[in-house]
Each structure stands twice: as structure tokens, then as C-alpha cells.
Design a protein around this ligand. Structure first.
Ligand code: AMP
Length: 224
């Protein structure tokens, strides 16, 4: 079967993580979320984590040199030989260029950049109610997707917490950074014929049905 090399784009709060979880189940692809990788590094107090922490706390992007190598290794690794889902990378044009260069070097190309488009007000509403599990970043929402038992992860029983960068001031900064740095990628991938748009203000199930149908078509076209 042909490989699926995918990136998910969209503002914080668009539901990228939720959609990625479903994609990974449906298509059995490895999932690399840079936010997740960086938060784990901060928790471990590794060198990467120590360097990244101050930027993340402000809601700013970490410098390219901190994150690019992490992604290069993942994409080039044996686990990603049949494809991958990248969430949170690329976040700016310089990173998209690096990804293209890495894939090119491997004789591969991106299958699609999937934009989950969501208005800022909706993103804000979702992020303010978002909770993550302390152990593994499993996602919940106090209103739209509550856990079975309040404050406790359904999957591993750990405590549910609010990410520091989901607090209102940081969310505003993250949205501003998204508009400044990441939205140029919409044209970038549009010009290369790789952009696929999804309406992120719809119910997550509707979005994932649309994603699934789009990817099935993509695969079919690729095999023809
Ligand atoms: P996320 O969970 O994707 O919203 O990422 C959380 C934070 O990690 C961001 O606000 C950035 O500080 C940092 N981050 C994640 N991905 C990247 C990236 N590709 N480039 C730079 N910083 C990133």
C-alpha cells in the first residue's frame, strides 16, 4: 500500500490532537506531536526541555534548532517507513522547508497538509475547558468531552490538569503566533497542491469522517 506522510495544521484548539488520535487508529500510522514531545522533555528536565521551557510558557515558538532535529530523526526512523502523522510541525515556513528537504533526501514526499480551520472564538472556548491527563496527554473537555469520573483519565486513571499554556493570556499569545508564523503555511501548501481543508467548527466526528474520506480518496488516486 502507498505511504501516507501527513501533517496536520490549524490553530491551537482546532482539535488537531483529537483528529490525530482517530487518524492514527484508522490508518495505523506513527504520530509525532511536537508539543507533546516538548512537554515530555520539560517534565524530564532534559537539555531540550530546559531550553524549550521559557518559550513554551510564554506561548512563543521554540527556536527551530531545538525542534528540527527531533523531527528529522522521527521521519527518518524505521517506524515511519510507511508514513506518519505530524501534529504541531511544521509551524513556520522555515520548518516546512526542512521537512520537504528531509523527505526529498529519502525519496519521499508529503501526501497532504490537512488544515483544521477553526475561528479564534471557538478555539478559545475549547482551550479554556480543555484538560489533559498528567501522564500521557490524553485529551478531555469539561463540557464537550468529560471523563467518566471527574478529574480522572479514562485511559490510565491519572489526574486531569489544565496545561499552563491553556490559561487565557497564553492562549491569546499562541493564537497571535499562529496567525503570524503558521498561517503562511496555508498558501505554502496550497501552492504545492497539498492543502486539504476541514471545517474544525463542526463536531469532531463529522471532521474525522471527512478526514477519513479524503485520505481514502488520496490513497486511491495514488495507487491509480
Ligand atoms: P502545541 O501542543 O502543539 O500547542 O505546542 C505547545 C508549545 O510547544 C507551543 O506553544 C510552542 O512553544 C512549542 N512548539 C510545539 N511545536 C513547535 C514547533 N514546531 N516549533 C516551535 N515551537 C513548537
Amino acid at each position: 500500500m502507498s505511504e501516507l506522510n501527513l501533517v496536520i495544521l490549524g490553530p491551537p484548539g482546532a482539535g488537531k490532537g483529537t483528529q490525530a488520535e482517530r487518524l492514527v487508529e484508522d490508518f495505523d500510522l506513527p504520530y509525532y506531536a511536537t508539543g507533546h514531545i516538548l512537554r515530555a522533555a520539560v517534565k524530564e528536565r532534559s537539555e531540550l526541555g530546559q531550553k524549550a521551557q521559557e518559550y513554551m510558557e510564554r506561548g512563543d515558538l521554540v527556536p527551530d534548532e531545538l525542534i528540527v532535529e527531533v523531527i528529522r530523526q522521527r521521519v527518518d526512523g524505521p517506524e515511519a517507513a510507511d508514513g506518519f502523522v505530524l501534529d504541531g510541525f511544521p509551524r513556520k515556513v522555515t520548518q516546512a522547508d526542512v521537512l520537504a528537504e528531509v523527505l526529498d533526501g529519502l525519496g519521499r514526499r508529503l501526501s497532504a497538509a490537512m488544515l483544521i480551520d477553526t475561528p479564534d472564538e471557538e478555539a478559545l472556548r475549547r482551550l479554556s475547558g480543555r484538560r489533559v491527563c498528567a501522564d500521557d496527554d490524553h485529551l478531555y473537555h469539561v463540557e464537550f468531552d468529560p471523563p467518566r469520573e471527574e478529574g480522572k483519565c479514562d485511559q490510565d486513571g491519572s489526574a486531569l490538569i489544565q496545561r499552563d499554556d491553556d490559561k487565557p493570556e497564553t492562549v491569546k499569545r499562541r493564537l497571535a503566533v499562529y496567525h503570524e508564523e503558521t498561517t503562511p503555511l496555508i498558501d505554502y501548501y496550497g501552492e504545492r497542491g497539498l492543502l486539504r481543508r476541514f471545517d474544525g467548527s463542526r463536531h469532531p466526528k463529522e471532521v474525522s469522517d471527512h478526514v477519513r474520506a479524503t485520505l481514502a480518496t488520496l490513497r486511491l488516486e495514488d495507487e491509480l
